[in-house]
Design a protein around this ligand. Structure first.
Ligand SMILES: *[C@@H]1O[C@H](CO)[C@@H](O)[C@H](O)[C@H]1NC(C)=O
Ligand SMILES: *[C@@H]1O[C@H](CO)[C@@H](O)[C@H](O)[C@H]1NC(C)=O
Ligand SMILES: *[C@@H]1O[C@H](CO)[C@@H](O)[C@H](O)[C@H]1NC(C)=O
Length: 664
């Protein structure tokens, strides 16, 4: 089992053979709050909107609302102003230092869109750091964790209440805290993802209610559910962290960051409107309305419009505020240019009006130019399922490094309990980027942490680290078995399949190309300007997978019911009529019963009749010697035109017989 030289499973494996590069990755990235511009008891709110045209006629709009409050001591948390009450109470009740929640619909396409400002996986995702100051035990943290999930399930109207120990793990290496962790004290972290969660209006409305201005004014007024949920990708995020200065618990800042990250597909707009624009768009077009002002409680209210890369070809109407027309930001050797609209300026002296910005593409431009695939970012990830059938399969995660130099990679997998992974089948193979097939060449692990799952109780948790050479792809595979669930464990739509959440991949980029995330010590988007650092921590999510577990035929009871009902219904009619109809033996009539059933009954209940009247009846006057009977039989069996008898002479005779009888 496992790789030589590396311990495998166990409650506390000591990763051995970690190269220096990984040590550089593992230490906690620490937020320095010492440079906080806040005075005591200060509270501020900022709103920002970033518009980035992406390749392939997509537009990324990123909203960030940040509330920062220097509350000092924990007792002051009772006196909230801009910070929502629920956040303050959360810090009082739980030992939470940092909390992240993401609610996302859609998939971020790294190859064509670059990296997002805030990373998220589709469905719901949540992780939290708990401070270990109060001598918390593991089980206390677990109970706080599920209570916390329940609180936010109510606050955001999301199904976070399904977060429990069957889908939560304690990440060991990959997630780094963004607060100041007290030196050599224990911190606890819990992570959970619910890939099945569907994000919709009922999440957006409570999310907006956490803002100081609600959705009445400011950038939040643009977030209307009709337009937000029409996008190709939308992600709501919520991040809370506490930063304590000088390592003291009496001098703390709470920071609440709410983000909304949307990607619009402009081609969809063109189809819905008759005008044949060539990639033009405007705020009104994207959000259905112009901006009605800024939030009065906001310290700053700014819109940043990217002017380089895909944004270069657009002309802005009106142009950005003249004072600081363009912000040039060079980060890790990569320059970005933003046009800035300050809403405080825009709404300084005008009365009631709506503010709108239009992006006009040059009319003569060849549309195809925009369709050219951009250079992919340095690191991209994908995931898929191999194998067929409902018994076993293989999870494959592919990581491509298109940078020329090697990159350290950490991968975190959470495999749900209904899928059994086999650690001895875990392998990382590599191939040069240009080659299509993976050979036998393996990449050695630098780090392996595996916590086996337990049926119905714990997910398997796997973290691996390795060094991925430049211009190379790595394929991580692990063989799995699918479990046969108990029949009550299937969801209502059992044939939809079961989800395996996305894998988290983390790395450190040496340069800032395509990198847009905020630096960890900053809290506004503008803190990422000129934020050159020795390295840039990148974290990516792969796609989530759907596996079809062996599913019993849940339609079987239904089929049985249908069949039984059909039989009963068919039987009821004849039995009812037999049981209720009075059978009177009367003078046989000569008229032929038209109805098949009557005909049948006629035959069955004929007194002393010959059931086999077909041919025998023709013999006339058999056992009973009753002339009438045999005549009747003959008449019944040979209605005019239906007879199969070869001789037609008989038929001609019959009306005569009938006539005779009637004359009697
Ligand atoms: C990544 O950055 C490079 C360099 O600026 C740029 O040319 C390319 O278009 C970017 N790729 C994406 C997918 O944004
Ligand atoms: C935690 O435990 C240590 C020793 O085990 C003790 O000295 C300390 O006072 C405890 N802290 C709290 C907050 O209970
Ligand atoms: C970033 O640095 C460049 C060069 O030093 C400077 O011109 C620019 O104004 C800076 N940008 C910001 C936002 O400070």
């Amino acid at each position: 089992m496992g790789q030589p030289g590396c311990p495998t499973a166990g409650p506390r494996p000591r990763p051995c053979g970690i190269a220096l590069f990984l040590l550089a990755l593992i230490p906690l990235t620490v937020a320095s709050s010492a440079k906080s511009p806040l005075g005591r008891d200060d509270e501020r709110f900022d709103e920002e909107l970033v518009v980035r045209p992406l390749s392939g006629d997509h537009v990324n709009t990123y909203f960030q609302f940040t509330t920062r409050w220097h509350f000092g001591h924990k007792d002051n948390l009772y006196h909230t102003q801009l910070t929502p009450r629920v956040i303050a109470e959360l810090l009082q009740q739980f030992d939470v230092k940092e909390l992240h929640i993401g609610l996302t619909q859609g998939l971020w396409r790294y190859e064509t869109w670059g990296y997002p400002i805030v990373e998220a996986t589709s469905g719901a995702e949540m992780w939290a750091w708990f401070s270990g100051d109060n001598n918390l035990t593991d089980s206390e943290v677990n109970s706080q964790w599920s209570q916390l999930a329940n609180v936010f399930s109510g606050v955001l109207c999301a199904s976070l209440n399904f977060v429990d120990k069957t889908n939560s793990i304690s990440p060991r290496h990959l997630l780094r805290p963004q607060f100041m962790p007290a030196a050599n004290r224990k911190n606890f972290v819990r992570y959970s993802a619910l890939p099945r969660e569907i994000v919709c209006t009922e999440n957006l409305t409570p999310w907006k209610k956490l803002l100081p201005c609600g959705s009445a004014s400011g950038f939040a007024s643009l977030l209307n559910s009709g337009h937000v949920h029409n996008t190709k990708y939308h992600s709501l995020g919520l991040k809370v962290r506490t930063l304590c200065e000088d390592n003291s618990e009496d001098n703390c800042i709470v920071e609440l960051t709410q983000t909304a990250n949307l990607v619009y597909d402009l081609r969809l707009f063109e189809q819905s409107s008759s005008s044949s624009s060539n990639g033009d768009f405007s705020l009104r077009r994207l959000f259905g309305m112009g901006l009605n002002g800024y939030c009065e409680l906001a310290e700053s209210s700014k819109m940043y419009v990217q002017r380089n890369e895909q944004g270069e070809r657009y002309q802005l109407v009106p142009p950005p505020s003249p004072e600081n027309e363009e912000v040039r930001s060079t980060r890790g050797g990569h320059t970005a240019i933003y046009g800035v609209y300050d809403m405080h300026e825009q709404f300084k002296d005008h009365g009631e009006r709506l503010f709108n910005v239009a992006w006009l593409a040059p009319k003569s431009e060849n549309r195809r130019r925009n369709m050219v695939k951009p250079t992919p970012p340095p690191l991209t990830v994908h995931r898929y399922l191999l194998g067929h059938g409902q018994e076993r399969g293989r999870i494959a995660t592919e990581i491509t490094n298109s940078h020329y130099d090697a990159l350290p990679i950490l991968v975190q997998e959470v495999i749900p309990w209904y899928v059994h992974g086999y650690l001895h089948t875990l392998s990382v193979r590599k191939k040069p980027q240009r080659v299509n097939e993976y050979g036998r060449q393996r990449i050695p692990f630098k780090l392996l942490h595996y916590k086996p799952g337990k049926q119905r109780e714990l997910p398997s948790h796997l973290e691996i680290g390795f060094l991925l050479p430049g211009q190379t792809s790595a394929l991580i595979t692990i063989d799995v078995d699918y479990l046969l669930l108990k029949w009550l464990e299937y969801p209502p739509d059992a044939n939809h399949g079961h989800y395996i959440g996305s894998a988290l991949v983390s790395s450190q980029l040496p340069m800032g190309r395509n990198y847009t995330a905020l630096p960890v010590e900053g809290y506004l988007f503008r803190d990422s300007f000129n934020a050159t650092r020795p390295s840039y921590v990148l974290s990516l999510h792969t796609e989530a997978l759907i596996v079809s577990l062996p599913t019993p035929d849940f339609s079987m009871p239904y089929n049985v019911i249908c069949l039984a009902c059909t039989v009963v219904a068919l039987a009821f009619g004849p039995i009812h009529s037999v049981a209720t109809k009075m059978i009177i033996v009367g003078k046989p009539t000569t008229t032929t019963p038209k109805n098949f059933i009557k005909k049948l009954l006629n035959k069955v209940f004929r007194r002393g009749g010959q059931p086999a009247a077909e041919g025998a009846g023709k013999g006339a006057g058999t056992g009973a010697g009753d002339g009438e009977e045999s005549r009747e039989g003959a008449a019944g069996d040979a209605p005019p035109g239906e007879s199969e008898l070869p001789g037609t002479g008989h038929l001609d005779d019959q009306p005569l017989l009938e006539d005779l009888e009637e004359n009697d």
